[in-house]
Ligand binder design. Sequence first.
Ligand code: MTE
Ligand code: MO
Length: 323
Amino acid sequence: MKTPPIPSSEITQEALFLNRRSLLRLGATAALGGVLAGCPAAEEAGAKEGGPEESGLRVLPEVTPATAAFQVDEETSRYQDVTQYNNFYEFGTGKRDPARNAHTLKPEPWSILVDGEVGKPGRVPLEDILKPSRLEERVYRFRCVEAWSMVVPWVGLPLGDVLKRFEPTSRARYVSFETLVDREQMPGQKRRVIDWPYREGLTMKEAMHPLSFLAVGMYGRVLPNQNGAPIRLVVPWKYGFKSIKSIVRITFSEDQPRTSWNDLQSDEYGFYANVNPEVDHPRWSQARERRLGEFRKRPTLPFNGYEEDVAALYAGMDLRRFF
Ligand SMILES: Nc1nc2c(c(=O)[nH]1)N[C@H]1C(S)=C(S)[C@@H](COP(=O)(O)O)O[C@H]1N2
Ligand SMILES: [Mo]
């Protein structure tokens, strides 16, 4: 596969990995040392214009403000940074590509197919998923495996509340998610950088944890397309790649599902992917991170600062082995 050149300012750690793979296939290993050496990931942040008010996106009504348990005592990242520095490979592998290209996505009408080990399978319109619950705000830290991070005021509903309504059977031990596949709406899918659809998954215990969240908005308004409209996962104690965007399918299963990044390189991207400053990525340290809009790196916190809430989910597990 030939990949088009990407300006170096926009190259991401993950894109480097994919390019390296395609280069390796071409036998061009020698060229790589220099490319792989550089690059903390957040230099692109710092766009100046366009707050939530200028987005033109619909304001979400009657949102319950974040309670103390779902709030962090840190400054919220700027809307411009959060919406113009993205990973969404369905629209390209550069950080600016999603903001530039995601206008072709049509988030309405939308429905989600629910299947597998579940009492109430079927295709559910998004409105029906949203109707029974009042939307709430959650201000969460978000840490990408590439070592950049942000703080986002999401709007949505607890994942567990939604999953319960489908009545998972007693055999359901995992739940997995898929993103839309549509080359017209998602032109990045014309390149097979990932074996589309993008897939992610959680154990049922993780999915039912009160921090696990389905976001339909941010900063009080519906999600911009580039952030995963109309509905995405947010699992704040895990690396960002677990937080799958633009979900069209939810499947309950007895066995651990296949997931996109784990399929690509299982020794670099684990199924669990809990944020852990002590377990380095094979190609970079995870001890520190760069917050979007900040210059200095800050220390990365175990489970991204949610250790007290979630560590019990992994009691007795070797976190180096189950990474
Ligand atoms: N479908 C899909 N979901 C995805 C991705 C993607 O490429 N495709 N990228 C993931 C990664 S690596 C990160 S860090 C976050 C980025 O979310 P953001 O762009 O809203 O910050 O989305 C995750 N969800
Ligand atoms: Mo990421």
